[in-house]
Structures are given as structure tokens and as C-alpha cells.
Design a binder for this molecule. Structure first.
Ligand code: PA5
Length: 423
């Protein structure tokens, strides 16, 4: 269960405004639950929770087990919602350093760097490679270009290239379905009612995550449990989160920092940035989502958060149990002067860093919220994914926008394609 503590934001939000925010958030939540809000044709991410597809989860686990046995590298090709969720969950839930257990999961098609692609293809030489190309539309330029290069490379290097390539795409539309007419690639479907940034709990995220060795059933059912909790009006932390952040936005706070103290959560921050930025940033509205990793970033952007322009709110993402177990020992010479930390674990020290930072930032004029995860396990990460998805939908409805479209993303593409001479 994701717990929200917003006591350190209360002094920035008079009680009547908070009460009004909560009332509007409850109303927005009701529209999400009864499907009467804008963009409700894209509520498939909630349907997944109501009717879990165990057969699909089993199939994904079987295919992942096959790939784990046969591959040195699993290359996932995709961008935005077809990439960030898998990266986030894999980094959160797998060891920091390679263990040799299962294939290395690499990503491509997330940019258009020729240097990256050339070096990647060089790195793949001599390795057993499986590829998962993921694109809902099948027309996104970055993954389409990367897949053209990788496809040619695969065909040159493997007689069974078609068996090693899996596509994840729309049921019928798009170039990947066209390619399947010539190549019998295995295919997973992205449910049409699930938008890209809400698709991590579909095969988009689940196949790469399972190949990385993560228990996708626990991940998925963590999300299901959170969705059940958040379907209630009482003690609903997603409603409270949406209420507080949206009321603060309306009071002039225009940036939300999501800060954590555990490096493995960094890409969760990247996934959150996309989910919140693409869902809320429209109609000249929305909080700019900025993900920071503390204490690293306290030594860079920490200065700005403490003392820069006062338009920031800060949400800490903290795990009660962060999985760390290093304890500082006594050193008889104490030349580094650290003996005052004797017997303290790095978890305790990091916790004090969080408490101290939160206090200092509140004193500096930053409203602070804290989201508490129980631990960093598949179940808790599943809870967190659903929590953020539910809360952004409630926030979007509070801000009177459609949280499920992304019209602004098309503008740059139009200009770029004009310059590239696309017919
Ligand atoms: O959230 C979204 O819809 C986007 O970020 C898309 O996921 C991203 O643009 C990739 O699109 P596609 O999967 O169609 O290639």
C-alpha cells in the first residue's frame, strides 16, 4: 500500500483550500471510476486490473523463460511509453551489477543516435540475441529506424532471425503488422484502450521485465491490490496526492520535484516524468515534473531547490525497507572523524538525510509530501505504478484536461517530417 504523508505541505495550503481540493479530487475520482471523464475510451489500464489475464501472464513467463535460456542479450526497441516503464521496473528490481543470471536487457530506438546504434551492433557481435520491437502505432520514427538496422543485422547473423524477433503492437494497424505479412514474427498485442504511458502492465513492459528475471505476477497483482484499495473513497492516498498537488499548482507552484534516495528508483522517476508530463502538460497547465536522485542531486540542484525561484513542490519517494544492510563500524584511529556514526546502517543515515532535507526545504519555502513504499519488491513497485496512474488521471480531471491524449507531441513531428521531406 502506498502511503501519503502531506503534513509538511499543510502550512502552505490553508484548510479551506485543502478541503475544497479534496472535494474536487473526490469528484474527479468518481468520474474516473464511472468512466464519465474525458478520454474514457483510454481507461483500458483500469480494465486490466479488474479482469487480470492470468493466461497471458503465464504465456509471457514461458516465453521469457525460453529467452532467458537462449539469449545473451535481449534487445528491447521502443520509445516513450513503449520503453520507460520496462526500464524503470527492471532497474528498480534487478541487481545493480551483472550477475550472469539471464540475458542482459538492452534498449534501442529510444533516440536517433547513430553512434549508439553502431556501437550497440558492434557489442552484439558473437552474442545470442533476441529482439522485442515495441510500438503501438508502428509508425514512430526512432524505433522504426532502429528496427530497420537491427532487423538487417539479425538476418545477417542468424538463420532463425524470424524466431528471435517478437513484435508488440496494435492488433491490426501499423508497419509492424505489415512486416509480419512477410515475416512470421511472434506477436503480442497492446490493448487499443491502453495508451503508451499507461502500458507498463501490458506485454509492452511485462515481456522485457520478465526476461530480466522479475516476478511479473507479483508485480501485476501488486497493482491489482492497489487498484482495489484506490477504488474506495476513504483513505485514498491518490485522491489526497492529486488534491494537494493540484491546489498548490493553482496557488502558483508550477514544478513538482520527485526525489528519492535509492539509485535503483531513478528510472521510476523517468517513467513518472513522462506519465505526468504527457498527461497534465496541456492547455498551458500542469506541474512540470522533475525527477531528482538524492543525495547525489543535493550536491547539484539541491541549491536551487533550497533557495531558487519559489515555485516548487517536492514529493519524496521513500521505501520503509530499502534493502540496504551496510553498517558503519568503529575505527580506533578515527582519522576520518566518522566514529559518531558507529553502529548506524546506511539505511538509517539515508533516512536522516531525507528527514533533514525535508525540514530544510520546508523552511526554505517548499511544500513537501512523502510517498511511502513498504519496500522495493515486485509487489510494491506494482502498487506504485497503479498509484501514480490513478493519481494522474484524478489530477487531470481536476485540471479539466484529458489526461489520456498527447496532442503536443505531434507538433515537433510535423516540423521534423517536413524538413525530412516525408511524403
Ligand atoms: O505515451 C505515449 O503514448 C507515447 O509516449 C508513446 O508511447 C510513444 O510516443 C511511442 O509510441 P509508439 O508505441 O506508438 O511507438
Amino acid at each position: 500500500m502506498i502511503r501519503l504523508d502531506y503534513t509538511q505541505a499543510k502550512s502552505f495550503l490553508p484548510d479551506p483550500e485543502l478541503a475544497q481540493g479534496l472535494e474536487r479530487a473526490r469528484d474527479a475520482h468518481a468520474r474516473l471510476m464511472d468512466g464519465s471523464g474525458a478520454g474514457s475510451e483510454y481507461l483500458g489500464w483500469r480494465d486490466l486490473m479488474v479482469e487480470p489475464d492470468d493466461a497471458l501472464l503465464g504465456n509471457l513467463q514461458d516465453v521469457a523463460a525460453e529467452i532467458r535460456q537462449r539469449a545473451d542479450v535481449f534487445l528491447s526497441i521502443g520509445i516513450g511509453g513503449s520503453y520507460l516503464g520496462a526500464k524503470a521496473v527492471i532497474e528498480a528490481l534487478t541487481p545493480y551489477f551483472p550477475t550472469g543470471d539471464g540475458p542482459e536487457v538492452l534498449f534501442a530506438g529510444k533516440d536517433m543516435s547513430g553512434a549508439y546504434l553502431r556501437e550497440l551492433l558492434g557489442y552484439l557481435e558473437g552474442k545470442s540475441v533476441y529482439v522485442n520491437v515495441i510500438s503501438k502505432s508502428g509508425t514512430t520514427l526512432e524505433p522504426a529506424i532502429a528496427f530497420r538496422f537491427v532487423r538487417e543485422w539479425m538476418e545477417l547473423h542468424f538463420d532463425d532471425a524470424d524466431d528471435r524477433i517478437i513484435v508488440t503492437t496494435d492488433p491490426e494497424r501499423g508497419a509492424l503488422n505489415e512486416l509480419r505479412k512477410a515475416h512470421p514474427y511472434r506477436k503480442y498485442v497492446i490493448p487499443p484502450r491502453v495508451g503508451g504511458r499507461f502500458s507498463v502492465l501490458t506485454p509492452v513492459g511485462l515481456l522485457p521485465i520478465a526476461v530480466a528475471g522479475v516476478d511479473i505476477r507479483s508485480l501485476f497483482y501488486g497493482a491489482v491490490a492497489e487498484s482495489e484499495r484506490l477504488s474506495q473513497l476513504d483513505n485514498n492516498s491518490a485522491i489526497e496526492y492529486a488534491a494537494v498537488r493540484c491546489r498548490l499548482l493553482e496557488n502558483g507552484y508550477s514544478t513538482e520535484v520527485l526525489a528519492h534516495f535509492e539509485p535503483r528508483l531513478s528510472s521510476i522517476g523517468g517513467w513518472w516524468q513522462q506519465l505526468y508530463g504527457e498527461s497534465e502538460g496541456k492547455g498551458h497547465n500542469g506541474l512540470l515534473p522533475v525527477s531528482l536522485q538524492y543525495s547525489t542531486d543535493l550536491h547539484s540542484l539541491g541549491q536551487y531547490v533550497q533557495d531558487g525561484k519559489r515555485n516548487l513542490i517536492e514529493t519524496f519517494l521513500i521505501a520503509e525497507d530499502d534493502g540496504g544492510d551496510m553498517t558503519v563500524d568503529i575505527d580506533s584511529a578515527n582519522l576520518d572523524g566518522l566514529n559518531y556514526l558507529e553502529g548506524k546502517s546506511l539505511t538509517e543515515i539515508n533516512r536522516k538525510a531525507y528527514e533533514g532535507t525535508a525540514r530544510a526545504h520546508v523552511q526554505g519555502g517548499v511544500p513537501v509530501l512523502t510517498l511511502w513504499l513498504e519496500n522495493i519488491t515486485p509487489g510494491s513497485i506494482g502498487e506504485l505504478i497503479y498509484f501514480f496512474q490513478h493519481a494522474v488521471a484524478v489530477s487531470g480531471y481536476m485540471l479539466r484536461i484529458n489526461p489520456f491524449d498527447q496532442p503536443g507531441v505531434e507538433a515537433y513531428k510535423k516540423e521534423m517530417f517536413r524538413l525530412l521531406g516525408k511524403p
